[in-house]
Every structure is written in C-alpha cells, then in structure tokens.
Write a protein that binds this ligand. Sequence first.
Ligand code: FAD
Ligand code: NAI
Length: 479
Amino acid sequence: MSKQFDILVIGAGPGGYIASIRAAQLGFSVACCEFSAYDDPSGEPRLGGTCLNAGCIPLKALVASSEVFEKVSHHLEDHGITVSDVSMDVARMQKRKEDIVTKMTSGIQFLFRKNKITLLKGRGSFAGRTDAGYRIIITGKDGEEEEVLAQKVIIATGSKARHIPNIQVDNVTICDNEGALKFTEAPKKLGVIGAGVIGLEVGSVWRRLGAEVTVLEVMPSFLGAADESVSREASKLFLKQGLQIRLGVRIGQAIITDKGVSIAYTDDQGSEHTLECDKLIVSVGRIPNTEKLNLEAVGLQTDERGFIPVNDHCATSAPGVYAIGDVVRGPMLAHKAEDEGVLVAELIAGQKPHLDYNSMPWVIYTTPEIAWVGKTEQQLRAEGRDYKTGQFPFAANGRALGLGDSEGFVKMLADAKTDEILGVHIIGASASDLIAEAALAMEFRASSEDIARTCHPHPSLSEVVREAALAIEKRALNM
Ligand code: FAD
Ligand code: NAI
C-alpha cells in the first residue's frame, strides 16, 4: 500500500524545505522529495537546492574571502597597518566554502528529523489523481520507483542556468554558476556574458583575487532593474575597481582554444571583436525546472516561458496543487521562495497570509553592496506618480569613515502628498542589512517622517537611512 501524506513537497530548496517545516509546524504529515542535482560524496541528496549548493551561500562565502583578501592587500595602509607577502590559497578558500555548505545542508537534514518530515530520496513526478489524493512517483537514483499519495502537493523544483544556444558550457572552461564557484585558481583573464546579478557578484570575486574581468552585456544600459542613480554610481565605482563592462554587445561564437576560450562579439557600433580569456562565465538568467514532472497527468502545463502558472496565492489550476519559488513568476530570490513556502503552508492550514511583492528587498553583493525595496525613480516617473526624494551620502557618516567604507548613498522616495515611503535604494557598506529597516517600514506603510523621527544608534551606518528620510523634507542634519 502506498504511503500517504497530507502534503508532499517536490524539491528541497529554500522554497520546498521551508514550506515543509512550516507545514509540519502546523500539524500536517509532510514528505519532501529531492532528487538532488548536488549529491555529497556519501551519495545522500544534499538539501537546500540552488541557494545552498550552487548559489547564495557558496557565493557569499567566496565574496567574503575575496573581500578580506582585497582589504588586506590594498586597504590597510590608512589604518597604519603594513602587511607583506599577502597571498591567496584558492583551494583553502574553496574548502572553507564547501565546509559552510556542508554545515548548512546537513542542518536541513537535522531540521527535517526534528520536525518529523519524511525525506523521500528521488525525483518526484505526477501520475494522476484518485479519491485518496494525488499519486506521485518517486524515482530513486537506481531507477527504483515508489508511489506515494498526498492530499496537497507543493511544487518547489526551482531553476537552472540558462545557456546560450551556440556556446557549450562544460563547467571547466566555459562555466555557468556551478563551475564559476569552483575555480581552483584565479583566472588571469575572465570573460563574463551577462552583467546581471551573478555576472557582477562572481565577476567581482575573481577581480578581487586578481583576474582581469570583462563583462559583455547585451542591453544598452547597465543594471536596468536598479534605480537610475544607483546604476550610475555602481557603473562609476565598478569601472574604478577595474571591472570592464561592455554594453550593447552581440555575442557570436565562443571557441575553446589551447590557452582558454575565445569569444567573438560585436560592439554597440557594429564593430567586431574577439575577447581572449582563460575562463568564461555564462550568466544570462535562469529557467524553471519542470521537465519530468509530468504536469499533464494532473492537467497542468507551463506558460510560454516555462513557468508554472499560479494565482496570487501560488495555487495552480489543479485543486490542492501549489507552486512556489523560482518555478513560478516573480523574482528568482531565495527569500521570495521561502516566504511563498510559508504562505502556502498557512493557506492550506486555513490561515489568511498575504505577501506584498513590492516590499521584497533585492540585494547585489558587490563592493559596495547594492540593495533596494519598492519602486525606482524611473518607475514612479513612468507611473506619473508625484514623489519626493531624499538622498544622503555615506561619506558624511562617521561610522562609514571609521570603517573606511564611505562610498555610495541612501536614496529614499516618498509620496509627495501622503509621505508614504515608495522605495529605498542603497549603494554602500552593509546595504544588505540596512535595507531590512526599509522593507519593514514599507510593510507597515510607514512615512519617511516615521523613519526620520525614529532614534537610530550613533555612530552607525543606519544613520544614513535616517538622514535620507530627513532629506526628503530638506532637513538632513549632517549635510
Ligand atoms: P531551488 O533552490 O532551485 O531548489 C529546487 C530543488 O528542487 C533542487 O534541490 C532540485 O534538485 C530539486 N528538484 C527539482 N526537480 C525535482 C523533482 N522533480 N523531484 C525532486 N526534487 C526536484 N537569491 C537570493 O535571494 N540571494 C542571493 O544572494 C542569491 N544568490 C544566488 C547566487 C547564484 C549563483 C544563484 C544561481 C542563485 C542565487 N540566488 C540568490 C537565487 C536563489 O538561489 C534562488 O532564488 C532559490 O534557490 C530558489 O529556491 P527554490 O526553492 O525555488 O529552488
Ligand atoms: P540576471 O537576469 O540577473 O542577468 C542576466 C543578464 O544577462 C542581464 O543583464 C541580461 O540582459 C544579460 N543577457 C541575457 N542574454 C544575453 C546575451 N545573449 N548576451 C549578453 N548578455 C545577455 O541573471 P543572472 O545573473 O544569471 O542571475 C539569475 C538569477 O539568480 C537572478 O535573476 C537573481 O534572481 C538570482 N540571483 C540573485 C542574487 C542575489 O539576490 N544577490 C545573486 C545571484 C543570482
């Protein structure tokens, strides 16, 4: 007889594992199946999905190591510290990264046991529906099949790197995110296709470790999703750091040679060029994972971009089947996947949760960090909304100067009449942490005056957020 569960979650990335935990907390019997593209040496599936295995966590470990290296190599003189013979052991850095990933992924195994979640090791696919619930086939690595029944199903199968048709990714010389996080030494010359989030974060890691990095971007403008003042500032700072960014290019062929890889491209004036590099990273977006799910068995199909269509509550058109995270519309962010997981578990439990996608923060982990929440100035202009702007530089903040991290600014946008905060845009040190205050303010539909009147600790970077709020009424105190 088939095992039966209240809820079966397909995929144990940040969407799936969090949905499983929340559903178990709410008293459901829960199983989560994971076939794991990221096995550990013991053959156990590694939980945590892209985020823990080939995304957020390993990349941020490399970001941190490379930032320390750059600081020690180039930015200690002002502090009166002299160091010599600074060198980078890339293998050791990679080992540290792997140890962090292993700790985090085994932490999820522990959380599953703690919450009595059944882990089904294998690929989940729909086989149909009966009165007893949805029939799901779990196919193990050895091809062995097990059928389970579930009243509700949450699809959380995530995404994988999009590739360019005539460029063959081997994850050795031409890499997507997986290979790009595993280099055993810093390339002398690194090419990156796509000046998006991965291109900038990974490109910056290897630049800090000594690579000459050239980023080739098809769009004529840089970081189009960010506020225009932030994109301008970022472009200026990245150029100063030595990151070469070519906009408006058309990529031709990439050929692996004896020395590395040779990439043909046409620039925005129509001239043809060849970029010779040791390694090439292709980071041109991601595509949802839906193959082999056999969605048709329950009457579902993907949209023209491959996503599973869902409503505002992540419900598909099949009753009791939900989909969350990268496999559905919206930003491909781990915290978005997690929050959708919680939302669906609580909806199934009869609660009335709500997600405001407008107050979900974005962060790009470059130096300095970039973070934003809400609308950009160009979006507000396009909407014809009347707004006020307040901006304050980190260079006028004592804590930022003390830290030696005084580049960038905080910019706040508020409604001209109601003063409601409409967007906050940060380029500067600790932007990833500072943006949380802005996201909270927007969740509470706070006004800029609410932040301006809130006592902030001194000296701290958070004072820059408050000063930007004060600047909305042209009453910044330290400028
Ligand atoms: P995934 O994490 O992709 O997990 C899906 C899981 O489902 C996988 O484990 C997969 O093996 C499994 N699966 C797929 N099909 C099946 C099946 N049929 N049966 C069983 N299991 C299956 N986001 C951030 O918010 N911050 C960051 O700093 C950040 N950095 C990133 C860096 C990189 C290099 C990359 C590539 C992404 C980054 N992201 C970041 C994005 C983030 O990783 C994703 O948005 C997030 O992982 C999506 O979660 P998910 O649960 O929807 O899918
Ligand atoms: P992306 O969508 O951020 O950027 C892709 C870039 O490639 C775009 O600028 C696009 O115009 C460009 N591009 C597309 N086709 C091209 C071509 N043929 N030639 C040249 N340029 C081309 O995608 P990316 O960087 O691959 O990241 C995928 C997703 O992963 C992101 O959308 C993000 O959601 C997530 N992520 C999040 C991070 C974070 O939150 N800090 C970090 C890394 C990834």
